[in-house]
Ligand binder design. Structure first.
Ligand code: ZN
Length: 119
């Protein structure tokens, strides 16, 4: 396995995610101040503000997983599922280099956390 290649991808991802989350959170805060100053448009401002935070939160979650993956690279456990220690599929690492789970455990987790479909 070409660990150096994954490390470089993860480091690039980390840098761009860190820059993005920083920006998004700042703009969210600025909007919060605008909202307080102009209560008339509060409902509109609330909506766009919560979207900003949701996106920033998603980036922050991935950023955390990228950092953990880099730590696993240091530990020499990169590419192993954190649930059972089994090897993560190579194709999956290429698609999602920060993933801590093999496909089987990812599917189990997704099934557990997926909200029930509402019609
Ligand atoms: Zn697993």
């Amino acid at each position: 396995m070409d660990l150096q290649r994954y490390r470089q991808r993860l480091l690039r991802l980390k840098a761009s995610l860190a820059a993005r989350t920083g920006r998004d959170i700042t703009s969210g805060r600025e909007q919060l101040i605008d909202t307080a100053a102009d209560a008339g448009d509060a409902s509109v401002a609330d909506e766009s503000e919560s979207e900003d935070f949701t996106e920033a939160e998603l980036d922050a979650t991935i950023l955390q997983q990228v950092e953990e993956a880099l730590r696993r690279l240091e530990d020499g456990t990169y590419g192993q599922c954190i649930v059972d220690g089994g090897l993560i599929e190579r194709k999956r690492l290429d698609a999602v280099p920060w993933t801590p789970y093999c496909l089987r455990h990812l599917k189990l987790l997704e099934a557990a956390s997926r909200p029930k479909p509402t019609l």
